[in-house]
Design a protein around this ligand. Structure first.
Ligand code: HEM
Ligand SMILES: [Cu+2]
Length: 560
């Protein structure tokens, strides 16, 4: 039937009628799981914060590293992966005329593979058999079921990548010579990165760690494992970033009543992030031995190169804000700021998220420097850094998205009350993060280590000097948990209880006089080849060195 209806008409109807119930259900399930992960993970974070400040002693059946492992996995893996996939599947559905039945099935297969994997990973954590934290660095070894769970999660995410490729390829076949709509283009970039980033970690888990924890091989090459992990982990960071950036470029301009920034430059930023990203992995291993300086230098250079598209983004977005505000009559050098919709959570949350990226990115540049990283490596500074980048810039953009995406998929509306709640939530989260991440940065500079349960090191003076900062951390954490509760309440309300109605999927138009985007931006085949060449340049030599000149491997250890 559907095939008989011309494609264009189908797309227009789809946009006019809103999302189909089948597509909505996919995104709803993904988003629901994401926010449940936030709720549980948030409470675990609070427990850690209170413990580190010496305010809470954990019961004998629960140890700090169990909590930390679950906190990391829930927030780094579950929250971000489920949100990203839910958001981009809704974007694909909206901009490409509804999901293909085949793609829907794949999205569900992916969903359940991830859920099964997650349950498998959680059981050993609960049994204190997997307190290896989300990085699961060998030679620490968890129960094999933990890694089996990770394999299922990887398969589930791969399924979603493939689903998105099928959807986009189908659209391109039916719309020869046209540009993929911008949000679907972002989705392509994100799923391409995810697809390739998962290969190294899948090899690490399947080929190296599982046989080792099952006792089939005796030792493991620790350096190879760590390197494969960060080839994935670092890419994951840029996947979150690209997801947040998609909303900044495409959605936020619409919400403030403006137009999009140059379509060509937006696509160039996406290509740049995809091509250059995987190659920065060693900035997480600056202190690791056995990597020669030249290779470390190359990775640091590539990491800083990623700063370039970020600066382009900052410039583009502030230009959009100013242009829009001036059109609305905003005057003077800074007077136009008054014209921004500060009372609209759909703008406020992503705006503060962007501003937070300025100190967050600056800290990142500092710690990519060999000498400076010696000071902050493995201290609470790092924890402060990623609560600013991920917990603030990325997650707060996700919060901002939820205030239109959830009503959109639930065929409900954002009420003024929930909007107000959202604005309050945004400020609570902001203040909480300033306290918590600020304290973490500072106490890290004073030497307080990360991933360490409460201790005063025998009342050593240095350790006692950390106390006021750790107290500040606990205050911030308490504010944040209030923020978590408000945010989850808002999502549940918008999903199940808000008044029925149509909510728009906000996508800004290009400027009227926009220049035409050249077609080379659509040549994904070329960009992927370039990406693989850059990845090879970064990893072939060091991995060969690690393997050919391998140190003695390590047996598994249970350190907890
Ligand atoms: C209620 C809000 C939150 C609180 C109170 C909180 C608190 C903490 C604390 C105290 C640590 C442990 C520091 C250590 O001993 O090394 C930590 C670690 C971490 N947090 Fe949070 N956090 C919160 C929200 C988040 C969010 C929203 C994310 C990401 C989306 C996140 C991601 C992480 C990660 C990845 C770690 C590192 C785990 C590890 O080192 O293995 N947190 N958090
Ligand atoms: Cu990184």
């Amino acid at each position: 039937m559907a095939a008989a209806i011309p494609k264009k008409i189908m797309e227009t109807t789809n946009k006019a009628m809103g999302i189909s119930p089948e597509d909505a259900k996919i995104t709803k399930s993904y988003i629901f799981v994401a926010f449940m992960a936030l709720l549980i993970g948030g409470f675990l974070g609070l427990i850690q914060g209170l413990n580190r400040a010496g305010l809470l002693e954990l019961p004998s059946w629960l140890n700090y590293y169990q909590v930390l492992t679950a906190h990391g996995l829930l927030l780094i893996l579950v929250l971000t992966a489920f949100f990203t996939i839910g958001y981009f599947y809704a974007s694909l559905s909206h901009t490409l005329g509804g999901l293909l039945p085949k793609v829907r099935r794949i999205a569900w297969v992916g969903f359940w593979l991830k859920m099964v994997g997650f349950v498998l990973a959680v059981i050993p954590i609960l049994m204190n058999e997997a307190s290896v934290m989300y990085t699961f660095y060998p030679p620490m070894a968890a129960h094999p079921v933990f890694y089996l769970g990770l394999v299922f999660i990887v398969l589930g995410v791969w399924a979603c990548c493939i689903g998105s490729f099928i959807q986009v390829a189908n659209w391109r076949k039916n719309n020869k010579g046209q540009h993929v709509p911008i949000l679907a283009y972002f989705a392509t970039g994100v799923f391409v990165l995810l697809f390739f980033a998962l290969i190294p970690v899948a090899i690490e888990v399947l080929v190296m760690i599982l046989p080792w924890t099952l006792g089939w091989v005796e030792t493991i090459n620790v350096m190879v494992a760590r390197t494969l992990f960060w080839a994935f982990g670092h890419t994951l960071v840029n996947i979150w970033y690209l997801t947040a950036v998609s909303a900044w470029y495409v959605v936020v301009p619409k919400i403030i009543g403006g137009r999009r920034w140059s379509d060509l430059l937006t696509r160039v930023v996406i290509i740049a992030l995809v091509v250059m990203n995987i190659t920065g992995g060693f900035h997480h291993q600056i202190i690791d031995p056995g990597i020669n300086e030249l290779v470390k230098f190359m990775h640091v250079f590539m990491s800083l190169a990623i700063g370039f598209p970020s600066l382009m983004t900052a410039f583009a977005l502030f230009a959009v804000f100013e242009r829009t505000a001036r059109r609305k009559g905003g005057k003077g050098l800074i007077g136009w700021w008054k014209k921004m919709p500060w009372g609209d959570v759909r703008f406020l949350a992503p705006f503060i998220a962007m501003v937070a990226f300025i100190p967050a990115g600056a800290g990142g540049i500092a710690q990519s420097t060999n000498q400076l990283d010696q000071v902050v490596h493995n201290t609470m500074w790092i924890v402060g850094h990623f609560h600013l980048t991920l917990g603030m810039t990325v997650v707060m953009t996700f919060f901002g998205i939820s205030y239109w995406l959830v009503p959109y998929i639930s065929k409900r509306v954002l009420t003024p009350q929930i909007n107000k709640l959202g604005v309050i939530q945004t400020w609570i989260w902001t203040v909480g993060m300033i306290f918590m991440a600020g304290a973490m940065h500072w106490v890290g500079l004073l030497g307080s280590p990360r991933r360490t349960s409460y201790t005063t090191y025998g009342d050593h003076a240095t350790a006692l000097g950390w106390d006021p900062y750790l107290m500040c951390l606990a205050v911030g954490g308490t504010l944040l948990i209030i923020g978590v509760i408000l945010q989850v309440y808002a999502v549940i309300n918008m999903m199940f209880f808000a008044p029925k109605g149509e909510t728009e999927f906000p996508i800004a138009e290009e400027e009227d006089n926009a220049t035409k985007t050249p077609y080379w931006t659509e040549r994904w085949g070329i960009w992927i080849v370039v990406m693989l060449i850059v990845v090879a340049m970064a990893y072939v030599i060091p991995l060969t060195e690690f393997i050919v000149n391998a140190p003695p491997g390590s047996p598994p250890y249970k350190t907890w």
